[in-house]
Ligand binder design. Structure first.
Ligand code: TPU
Ligand code: MG
Length: 564
């Protein structure tokens, strides 16, 4: 058998740990898909459309570390690029692979189908360059190995998406086999001198403070430092808060865990202890309008040390070219034998009011949000992953108490409604051993609903909580108008559409606590496919956090243009 460019790409994907890749077929990628099918241990998983294909790969990357989506030129790739923008925003190495025009057509003056009707096909590559950390076009087999390796290596290092387009006639061309995977995994080490200076600076930052606190940010996973952060917390002894988008990036059963810091919508006691602290170690944070609650809670100034994946800023100094994990290890080393700086943790336990467990609602009373959240909370185990969509699902998920090992996935930087359906599919493909729960609003679901059919196809026992509150409630809280009302669907009824003649998905509608409980029992028992539970609640029945946060974000959005 001839070894080809397509094989090379497929083997590299398998080498970096991919067991699956997501695809939608089209004539520019059909031959490439044939080549990829021939790679041992690499399964081809199909999606209903390319936006979903991109988000599926993004969800897969959340569970597996990296993901790949294969699409056709323009009509496919331009849809997938939205999800690639999301992967960039969310720091996930997703490799977008697009079939491309025959190499002989590039520069020929030919007009081709699926293009904008001009003979210049470079627009897709140009767009991809803005949304990825590396974008390459392969029009000859000779150049393929170096270009493929460059794209994949850069994506893995930067934890950002990359783009590879392959001319449709080049995919089956002969190509050498790839060498050891180490060639694309190897990373430049921290600069030892800078590392020492950075650790010195952070050590004196801590030494000069009596009440330090840690803030875990949403880039901590991408920085590969979740374990290191736990050891730093142990070494310091202080309280640890997490940012909303970093939910589950620090174990909530850890003795130092002090909840979600999110300005006015922090979990009980977290804002008070954060404000009481005299120094904050921010681990890989992202401060945007959402995470700062409309710029009302933005930690900055002399008492803030920023510790990013490759960059440290503290005490008015900046250090580049160091890996966060090396910095943390160095700091832990420095803290050895020193008394614990546990003031914030001690104080947190003093001020935190014990939360009373939510009482079960009257079983036959109309379903309310609090009862819905209480029942979902009851499902969480140490092997559960909750994928929560934009909307009040964010706030419901962030309020959950996570047992050790439970994970929450949020897409708070990109915030594309509908993301969670394909992302849940991709996540479930990557982590079939976990209990996977999706929480999705009705408005969001309408964007990408069809991907539930792929969960049916692969018999994935995902549990979807579809919140039917008849509209875009998150937007109602930010700015209301007729555009926030949506056409109602028979969401539970959709399951029989997706099942058709051979599926085992189940759909239930819950209008009371008792109905929801029954549906959950059936969902847990269904191992042959997804279960969608449509939870019917009132349009305004949302978390109080959404209301407060929505008001702040609306105020930030409404700032008048500055005078010139
Ligand atoms: O719980 P709830 O009702 O807030 O969630 P639901 O029903 O999913 O409503 C979400 C409403 C929403 C919109 C329309 N949230 N953000 N948007 C704006 C938006 C529009 N288009 C995309 C692709 N993403 C968005 N975030
Ligand atoms: Mg809704």
């Amino acid at each position: 058998m001839t070894y080809t460019v397509g094989h090379y790409l497929g083997e590299r994907l398998a080498q970096i740990g991919l067991k699956d890749h997501f695809a939608v077929a089209g004539d520019y990628n059909l031959v490439l898909l044939d080549q990829l099918l021939e790679i041992d241990g690499l399964r081809q998983v199909y999606c209903c459309n390319e936006l979903n294909c991109g988000f599926s790969a993004e969800g897969y990357a959340r569970a597996n570390g990296a993901g790949a989506a294969v699409v056709t030129f323009s009509v496919g790739a331009l849809s997938a690029l939205n999800a690639i923008g999301g992967a960039y925003a969310e720091n996930l190495p997703v490799i977008l692979i697009s079939g491309a025009p025959n190499s002989n057509d590039h520069g020929s003056g030919h007009i081709l189908h699926h293009t904008i009707g001009t003979p210049d096909y470079s627009y897709q590559l140009e767009i991809a360059k803005r949304l990825t950390c590396a974008a390459v076009s392969i029009t000859s087999a000779e150049d393929a190995p170096v270009l493929i390796d460059h794209a994949i290596r850069t994506a893995l290092r930067e934890k950002k998406p990359a783009y590879i387009e392959i001319a449709c006639n080049v995919a089956p061309m002969p190509c050498p086999r790839p060498g050891p995977v180490g060639a694309i995994l190897a990373d430049a080490p921290s600069d030892p001198e800078t590392l020492k200076l950075a650790v010195d600076e952070l050590a004196s930052f801590i030494a000069a403070r009596k009440k330090p606190i840690m803030l875990v940010g949403s880039r901590l996973r991408a920085a590969g430092c979740e374990d290191a952060a736990i050891r730093l917390a142990d070494a310091l002894g202080c309280a640890v808060t997490t940012m909303a988008a970093a939910k589950s990036f620090f174990p909530e059963d850890h003795p130092a865990y002090a909840g979600t810091y999110w300005g006015d919508v922090s979990s009980p006691g977290a804002q008070q202890i954060f404000d009481w602290a005299d120094g904050v170690l921010c681990l890989a944070p992202v401060f945007n309008d959402y995470s700062t609650v409309g710029w009302t809670a933005w930690p900055k100034g002399d008492n803030v040390a920023l510790m990013d994946a490759r960059h440290i800023a503290a005490g008015g100094k900046a250090f580049d070219g160091v890996h966060l994990r090396d910095v943390i290890e160095g700091l832990i080393d420095r803290l050895k034998g020193q008394p614990k700086k546990d003031a914030t943790l001690v104080e947190y336990h003093r001020i935190k009011t014990p939360e009373a467990p939510v009482a079960a609602a009257e079983p036959n009373a109309p379903l309310v949000r609090a009862e819905m959240a209480r029942q979902i909370q009851g499902l969480l185990t140490s092997d559960t992953s909750v994928i929560a969509e934009t909307g009040d699902s964010w706030f419901n998920a962030i309020q959950m108490k996570l047992p050790h090992g439970a994970r929450v996935e949020l897409e708070m930087q990109w915030g594309h409604i509908g993301w969670s359906v394909p992302a849940t599919f991709g996540y479930a493909v990557a982590a079939p051993e976990r209990r996977i729960i999706a929480m999705i609003g009705d408005g969001s679901f309408q964007l990408t609903a069809q991907e539930v059919a792929q969960m049916v196809r692969l018999k994935l026992p995902v549990i979807i909580f579809l919140v039917n509150n008849r509209g875009y409630t998150i937007e109602v809280q930010i700015h209301d108008g007729p555009y926030n009302n949506i056409k109602n669907w028979d969401y539970a009824g959709l399951m029989s559409v997706f099942n058709a003649e051979d599926g085992h998905g189940k759909g239930f509608r819950a209008t009371t606590g008792a109905e929801m409980e029954k549906a959950i029992a059936a969902a847990v028992a269904n191992r042959e496919g997804p279960t969608l539970i449509e939870c019917v609640i009132d349009r305004d029945d949302c978390t109080s956090d959404l209301i407060s946060w929505g008001r702040r974000v609306a105020t930030a959005n409404a700032r008048p243009p500055a005078a010139r």
